[in-house]
Design a protein around this ligand. Sequence first.
Ligand code: ATP
Ligand code: MG
Length: 301
Amino acid sequence: MFTGKGGVGKTTMSVATALHLARERSVLLLSTDPSGSLSSIFNKAFHDTVVSIERNLDAIELTRPIILNLWREKFGEDVYRVISSLLPVDRGILDYIEGVPALDEEFMLDYVLEAKRLKNYDHIIWDTAPTSSTLNLLNIQNLFYSHLGEAQKLYLKMRGVLSRLKGGSGEEPLELIARWRKLTEDILGMLSRDTSTWIVANPERLPVEQALSIGKSLSGFGVEIKGYILNRIFSEDVCAESEFLRKKREHQIQWRDRLIAGADHKLKIIHEIQEDATTRDMLVTIAHILYGQPQRDLNFS
Ligand SMILES: Nc1ncnc2c1ncn2[C@@H]1O[C@H](COP(=O)(O)OP(=O)(O)OP(=O)(O)O)[C@@H](O)[C@H]1O
Ligand SMILES: [Mg+2]
């Protein structure tokens, strides 16, 4: 999973990583960023489906409609049956439920889980939406989990009354809640057991502060932090000729050092490059920096 503040280079690093891993293993590159840039980078139309990019590499941009469809397929009918057995509602109720905050976020994670189970990819590279919504995505799982537990208890208390009212056994809502709760449990398991994260930042105050704060939160969720990527720092030689750039770099170094001090993890440094960072050559070069020789000397730039 690649996370970090908006615009810091998450998609660039995700694509570089996917290309790198796909040389030997099967990879799904998945973007849950609503502004998804994968179609521009690969110059392909995605139309809500998994697209084959090259041997070993598939990609998909997940959008809200795909996610809500998934929810309807998995739970929509059952939810409708249970609610309509208790209240005088028509199917329009499902449109209303789809507006529930975080339902789509939960099902984005479910999609990742299914892709992992069904398609047998060796790696899923997940290019997330900027920090706050990613955290929301994780937070919400814990909330769902405890709310569904409460729903189960409440339903058990009311089961007698409800089953008399509707004349059924009253087992279906319980089964539905249990199934949904299991899904949430599986998602939490996937996040804590099988997920590791790169946190991307630029050498400026807000991206660095957000990177450190997301690092703390993710560790709290039990998600493994693979490391931090400091992207777009100016190299010393490009600053030689310009007072403006020299000053800029001094400022960047301050935030680089702040990241080094706060992050007791591996740090990778990618310089600001003058070329277009979306070309294949540049992406391969970036992957080489990320996964080639380990950078021992953090002050190399
Ligand atoms: N090292 C670099 N040097 C120069 N340009 C870069 C570098 N890394 C990324 N870029 C460029 O910066 C822009 C933002 O990068 P990218 O789209 O990867 O960020 P992001 O974190 O995915 O953004 P968003 O939060 O909007 O999804 C892109 O135009 C990308 O090509
Ligand atoms: Mg992006």
